[in-house]
Design a protein around this ligand. Structure first.
Ligand SMILES: C[S@@+](CC[C@H](N)C(=O)[O-])C[C@H]1O[C@@H](n2cnc3c(N)ncnc32)[C@H](O)[C@@H]1O
Length: 223
């Protein structure tokens, strides 16, 4: 492991806005489950970004919505470090990062504890459909933690993941709130100011795909 990465891992352990539980601590459930309001010291809604990488959406949304709490979830510590460092340096109080596998998400949140879920540029997993973050396996986990009418937001460059998710929505009669196969040419020009600001946040991966002239798709839906 490089010197910089080691330094980041060490620093990550010192950040009070990052939770990195061991497997033992999450079975059958982590002690924070159902008690995130105590961690944030308020009863504001909680929004998750799953597979947050460097946490651009988590931090960007937190700045746009100071009365909402945001939690970025990813397994990769070196990536989470970036978002956690920014959050610390800028004293952003409504953000936390959780380093864990998304597969265990219902070990950390109880029923109705989460108001929205963002899936930003998730791996399309061409050969492993069950691992897609909009597969029935993952949607069932989200159902256990989402509030009634809680919204799942998928922002992706992947045609495969976009069409797979639309098929799942259709098959299960989920409700589509918004759907665009090209947000920059089609949705953003007609969107409200708030949605425009929200969708204009760009992640590390989005910036890579935009350089390759890929179109960015967005679906907001209720399960
Ligand atoms: C393609 S990257 C996108 C990162 C970020 N959202 C962005 O747009 O820049 C996918 C991220 O999801 C994380 N990830 C994928 N599957 C995961 C899982 N099952 N549990 C935790 N993290 C996962 C990876 O570690 C990676 O950081």
């Amino acid at each position: 492991m490089g010197k910089d990465k080691l330094k980041r891992f060490y620093e990550l352990n010192t950040f009070t806005n990052v939770l990195q539980p061991s497997l033992n601590e999450i079975k059958p459930a982590h002690k924070i489950k159902g008690k995130w309001n105590l961690e944030f010291k308020n009863d504001n809604p909680i929004v998750l970004e799953l597979g947050c990488g460097k946490g651009e959406y988590t931090v960007g949304l937190a700045k746009l919505n100071p009365d909402v709490n945001f939690i970025g979830v990813d397994i990769k510590g070196a990536r989470i470090w970036r978002g956690a460092k920014t959050t610390n340096d800028e004293n952003i109080e409504n953000v936390r990062f959780l380093r864990t596998k998304i597969d265990f998400i219902d070990h950390f949140f109880t029923k109705d504890e989460v108001s929205d879920i963002w899936l930003t540029f998730s791996d399309p997993q061409p050969k492993r459909p069950r691992k897609r973050l909009t597969s029935p396996l993952f949607i069932d986990r989200y159902k256990k933690i989402l509030c009634p009418n809680g919204i799942i937001h998928l922002k992706t460059d992947s045609n495969l993941l976009y069409h797979y998710t639309l098929d799942e929505i259709k098959e299960n009669n989920y409700k589509i709130i918004e759907n665009s196969d090209n947000i920059y040419s089609e949705l953003i020009p007609r969107a409200s100011e708030k949605l425009k600001e929200t969708l204009s946040i760009q992640t590390f991966y989005e910036s890579l795909w935009l350089k390759e002239n890929k179109t960015i798709k967005y679906i907001a839906f209720v399960v």
